[in-house]
Design a protein around this ligand. Structure first.
Ligand code: AMP
Length: 226
């Protein structure tokens, strides 16, 4: 019973180009909402590390900065969202990325009676290239660092477990440019689809504020609207 109050949306879609901070905001929003982060990029990388059939199918596409087939991601997401930890809600990071994916997600959520809200993180592409080429990740605990905005205490070493930090293979400048082109071609147009479909869609400037400040603003939008 919600006594006529607006319902808190259970599907939060973080939308934006690679390097716009979707992963960082998803991690902060986990604490705020208690929802799990569903990152299709992380799920696909796990398959690559496992060396299984899906991993072999997507490795070359991902390393080249291209999108992987819609049917494959759609089915991974559907399986993941069916797990019990998603019952109260979830944060989608990097999905949907094409109109076909957005349509599939819309149908799935409608069938389950789940409201969705889309947060569009807007960042200038030059800033994205600077951010991504400086990005490092701990291969052990997954913590993200950035030479510009969040350097580790000791260069190239994880503050938490001392592991040597790594650069993701698709964070080289050439591949980043390809990923941005792919975003322009296939993903950005999904915003028009969201508008036509009447989704709650909010744009936030993700280039200025510190991540925790931005997270509060996003939480406020999710909860109360703009
Ligand atoms: P990300 O970590 O979200 O930047 O994703 C890394 C890569 O995984 C992308 O460049 C794509 O190759 C692939 N990928 C992740 N999510 C999707 C998706 N929703 N649709 C197609 N490809 C995806």
């Amino acid at each position: 019973m919600n006594n006529g109050q607006k319902r808190f949306p259970r599907a939060v879609v973080l939308f934006g180009p690679p390097g716009s901070g979707k992963g960082t905001q998803a991690k902060l929003l986990i604490e705020r909402t208690g929802f799990p982060q569903i990152s299709t990029g992380d799920m696909l990388r796990e398959h690559i590390h496992a060396g299984d059939e899906i991993g072999r199918e997507v490795a070359a596409l991902m390393h080249a900065g291209s999108l992987v087939p819609d049917d494959l991601v759609n089915s991974l997401v559907k399986q993941r969202l069916s797990r019990p930890d998603c019952r109260n809600g979830f944060i989608l990071d990097g999905y949907p990325r094409t109109q076909q994916q957005a349509e599939r997600l819309g149908a799935l959520l409608e069938g389950w009676g789940i409201d969705q809200v889309v947060i569009h993180l807007v960042v200038d592409y030059n800033m994205i290239i600077a951010r991504l080429t400086g990005r490092r990740q701990c291969p052990v605990c997954g913590t993200l660092y950035n030479a510009l905005s969040r350097p580790p205490n000791q260069p190239e070493v994880c503050d938490l477990d001392g592991a040597r930090l790594v650069i993701r293979e698709d964070d080289s400048e050439l591949v980043i440019r390809e990923r941005l082109e792919e975003y322009d071609r296939q993903t950005r147009p999904v915003l028009d689809y969201f508008s036509r479909a009447g989704r709650r869609l909010y744009e936030v400037d993700a280039s200025r504020e510190a991540p925790p400040v931005l997270c509060e603003r996003i939480f406020e939008l999710i909860e109360n609207g703009g």
